[in-house]
Design a protein. Structure first.
Length: 321
């Protein structure tokens, strides 16, 4: 049985049937009808709130086929081949998958996209950057230069749509050249309507803690994903204290964060939140914990061996409690 949308136009159809953000339609209608006049956009909100669907809804305005055209583009690099989804007007890149060679890969992908767009009758296109909050820091430092490239390619216009769970990490130069659109928690009544549509025999109970709206549609999808289980394991380890753990097992738990590609920033936030709730962070240690957290985020992913910085941070936090 097919539960979820798999093609671009199916996302659009699902949004038309039950629009979680009707007030945003006024914003979309104010956009230029010409793709060459389209502005860069930042769509932000919590995980699974429907940002991707809204992005496709915006893109469909500029698609001659209303996103019924869908294809996979194979991009060749020196070492590997990559496949990205494209339509007749846009290209999708998941920023979380670029890895440690993000700068090199992005440069090659961007140039190939420019080459494809330059061969089209309408020399304009949209690059949809998913999971922008997981972009490599080195690539983020130079990313604005690619946005500026529009002024260098006089006959080519590339508009960017960034999908992200946060905007606080973005440099001012990127924020200043984009229109920012936020997406809050969908209305409970509309979510319940969708639950009943996909699971008429199930309960229409709505839980705001779910990470993705699609988890509410059917009963055979776990509301507790592997990321949450992994983070909870780390939290339990920290709560037990440094005297009650084996360091080999502690390292395995931290390695699982990387194996399952857990967002480390989210993990740290949930850890600190749990420690505050347990009363383990107080006036005596909060200053040192804030300093250590700032030091960790400065070094993490900006140096080799990120596991070392994570191990050190967790151990220091445990000793400060």
């Amino acid at each position: 049985m097919k539960h979820f949308e798999t093609h671009f136009d199916e996302y659009i159809q699902a949004s038309d049937e039950c629009n979680f953000y009707p007030k945003h339609d006024t914003i979309y209608q104010s956009f230029s009808n010409e793709i060459k006049n389209m502005h860069n956009l930042i769509l932000y909100g919590r995980s699974g709130c429907g940002k991707y669907t809204q992005a496709l809804k915006i893109i469909s305005k500029y698609s001659p086929s209303a996103l019924k055209y869908e294809k996979k583009l194979q991009i060749h690099t020196n070492k590997n081949n990559y496949i990205i989804k494209i339509s007749d007007v846009h290209f999708e890149i998941d920023m979380s998958l670029l890895g440690c060679n993000a700068k090199i890969l992005w440069h090659e992908w961007y140039n190939q996209i420019i080459e494809i767009v330059s061969g089209r009758p309408v020399k304009a296109g949209i690059i949809l950057c998913k999971n922008m909050h997981m972009i490599n820091n080195d690539l983020l430092d130079i990313f604005y230069s690619y946005i500026q490239n529009n002024s260098m390619h006089k006959n080519i216009h590339i508009a960017f749509i960034f999908i992200t769970e946060s905007i606080c990490f973005l440099p001012e130069n990127i924020l200043n050249c984009c229109e920012v659109i936020g997406y809050g928690q969908p209305l409970e009544t509309k979510v319940k309507k969708q639950i009943k549509k996909y699971n008429s025999k199930g309960s229409s109970q709505y839980n705001e803690d779910v990470q993705n709206i699609k988890q509410l549609y059917v009963t055979d999808i776990s509301k507790q994903d592997v990321h949450e289980d992994t983070i909870n394991g780390v939290i339990e380890m920290v709560l037990s204290g440094p005297d009650n753990i084996e360091f080999s097992k502690a390292r395995e738990k931290l390695y699982e964060l990387f194996i399952y590609e857990v967002d480390i920033h989210s993990c740290v936030w949930k850890l600190l939140k749990a420690l505050i709730k347990q009363g383990m962070i107080n006036n005596d240690n909060i200053g040192k914990i804030i300093c250590e957290t700032q030091k960790f985020f400065t070094l993490f992913n900006n140096n080799y061996r990120p596991i070392y910085h994570l191990e050190r941070y967790i151990y220091v936090i445990m000793c400060l409690l």
